[in-house]
Design a protein around this ligand. Structure first.
Ligand code: SAT
Ligand code: MN
Length: 580
């Protein structure tokens, strides 16, 4: 028994006073028992055993359906280390407050000790975390989302190098909710929420907020990126990583199905949300997906948008805040076929298509084991990961950004990522559709000062002889009629094809003030239904809008004061000069 772990668990049990302590081994038997307990407690409803074997439907508290950024804190000793991009609390004050919240909070409850490994077991890139939680829902979700249980404990051995995560549902009161991170001691304290990103501590809390700090200190990168392999008809596979904000289509892109015009091409999913990258001996960046499953947005998922996801959710999956049909199948808006005549909505109420309300919550989710995905990359469990040839940034923006452009070099690419902006989505509480700066799609997830983070990106680029080429895409550009100009989904392969060509030193491009933009005939649009005038609009750059954009980005960078690298200010000036 690991003595450091043992004494921490005892310390937490003394603080939280649970009725019993259970060490989770991650076994099938344990999972069956916990799911049965969740059914008995009314938290889980078993799904139709023919259509969704091993599946469960769950509803959360109606005030606990998304990440809550206003009560998420980064607590290093110095406020400037958290930066203006984070809520900061003095760690001494935060600890005192949390001690009070957690004191006796598990009375009458079971305390689960959940060991987990982020990354392939045995990989030198993997990291161990321990989550202590009073939620069986969290345990069974963690079992899907990470390599959970005894093998993680075995990998830890007697080491004290693990991320400590303490979680309690508390009373699920939004008023006392708090998700606090202590990057200096690799600790997470999460109170008052059972929602994915707030409660499955291996995911955003560890694999991004804490890991980004570890990456800074150890010269690697923890990024909010999918990882996708594209295999040509000749059998060569190129890997790309892509950063988009939450609920902007990462899971769909990660599971892309090439359209008919790309006969013989195969796509391989390595990950849909998080990417850890390190320099390899060959001077490239090598990436692993630290997760073991997918926690995807259900609404909008259909055979048209993501048929791989539609197939993978039929086995051993958990659905949270979708609707439930009378024959005990999950349902959500945007699914293929007609809506059910009668259903139970995400709030537990009887629902019909005439109700005039959404049956599924816009941020309802499926939790699915990665092994269910039929296009899962054979490299998913490879301890060395995969070499990344291109990084793609993307946001949800109606105007400004063209369909795709390539940065001039790594430094300019870092600037392109740092100046990202996107409309907010239902993945976090608050207004939806408001444009905000979201550098590298990391605004809610970077565990330290963004100024220093951009500096780290610049350093990483210099540390490798073959840094990935950097691109920006925008699937969400609208025309004068307000309609999307680009069909998206599988058709995005047409843009990825150009990206791959550019990586190979081919692909016709035009040098513009913002970067390299494809020449009109450089994209394979065969069978896409996109006509010449739409393409023209998609690739156009409005110089006036971009002058304003450069000004806004400059002002945004200034908020990071002395932490902002001079090279980033120089990029703003260079862009302004190119725009004239
Ligand atoms: O809830 S999560 O943070 O895990 C998903 C997301 O918002 O990206
Ligand atoms: Mn995400």
């Amino acid at each position: 028994m690991n003595p450091v772990l043992k004494s921490w668990v005892e310390e937490v049990a003394t603080l939280t006073a649970p009725q019993s302590v259970v060490w989770c081994d991650g076994s099938e038997a344990e999972n069956t028992r916990l799911c049965a307990e969740l059914v008995a407690a009314g938290t889980f409803t078993p799904l139709n055993a023919d259509k969704f074997p091993g599946g469960f439907w769950s509803r959360s508290h109606p005030s606990d359906v998304a990440r809550t950024e206003h009560c998420t804190y980064i607590c290093p000793e110095k406020q400037e280390d958290a930066g203006p991009n984070n809520n900061w609390m003095n760690p001494v004050e935060a600890r005192a407050h949390l001690q009070k919240l957690f004191s006796g909070c598990m009375k009458g409850r079971t305390m689960y000790v959940v060991p987990y490994c982020m990354g392939p077991l045995g990989s030198p890139l993997s990291k161990i975390g321990i989550e202590i939680t009073d939620s069986a829902y969290v345990v069974v979700n963690m079992r899907i989302m990470a390599r959970m249980g005894q093998p993680a404990l075995d990998q830890l051995g007697s080491s004290s190098d693990f991320c400590r995560g303490l979680h309690s549902l508390g009373q699920l009161d939004p008023e006392t909710r708090m998700i606090a991170h202590f990057p200096e001691t690799r600790e997470i304290w999460s109170f008052g929420s059972g929602y994915g990103g707030n409660a499955l501590l291996g995911k955003k809390c560890f694999a991004l907020r804490i890991a980004s700090v570890q990456g800074r200190d150890e010269m690697w990168m923890a990024e909010h990126m999918l990882i996708l392999g594209l295999e040509s008809p000749q059998g060569e596979t190129i890997y790309v990583a892509a950063a988009f904000p939450s609920a902007c289509g990462k899971t769909n892109l990660a599971m892309l199905q090439p359209p008919a015009a790309f006969k013989g091409w195969k796509a391989w999913c390595v990950g849909d949300d998080i990417c850890w990258m390190r320099p390899g001996p060959d001077g490239r960046l090598w990436a692993i997906n630290p997760e073991g499953g997918f926690f995807g947005v259900a609404p909008g998922t259909s055979h048209k948008t993501n048929s791989n996801a539609m197939s993978m959710v039929h086995k051993n999956s958990i659905f949270t805040n979708t609707a439930l049909s009378e024959d005990k199948c999950p349902w959500w808006e945007g699914m293929d076929g007609p809506p059910p005549a009668h259903a139970t909505d995400w709030a537990g109420k009887a629902w019909t298509p005439a109700s005039g309300t959404k049956a599924a919550h816009p941020n309802s989710r499926f939790t699915v084991p990665a092994v269910n995905c039929s296009m899962l990359s054979p490299k998913f469990n490879d301890p060395m990961g995969v070499p990344i040839s291109a990084i793609i940034f993307g946001g949800r923006r109606a105007k400004t950004a063209p369909l795709v452009y390539q940065s001039f070099d790594w430094e300019h690419g870092t600037f392109v990522g740092a100046s990202m902006a996107s409309e907010t989505t239902a993945a976090a509480t608050g207004a939806v559709g408001v444009v905000r700066r979201d550098p590298m799609a990391m605004l809610p997830f970077c565990g330290y000062n963004f100024g220093d983070y951009f500096g780290h990106w610049l350093k990483m680029g210099k540390s490798v002889s073959h840094p990935p080429a950097v691109f920006h895409v925008n699937w969400f550009r609208t025309g004068s009629d307000g309609k999307f100009l680009w069909p998206g989904f599988g058709e995005n392969m047409r843009v990825l094809d150009w990206v791959l060509q550019r990586v190979a030193g081919k692909g016709e491009a035009e040098r513009t003030p913002i970067g390299w933009v494809p020449k009109a005939d450089a994209l394979n649009l065969d069978g896409s239904g996109v006509n010449a005038s739409a393409l023209n609009e998609l690739l156009s750059i409005d110089t006036n809008l971009w002058r304003q954009e450069a000004k806004d980005v400059g002002a945004y960078f200034n908020t990071y004061a002395a932490h902002m690298p001079a090279a980033m200010h120089a990029q703003v000036a260079a862009l302004q000069q190119r725009l004239g």
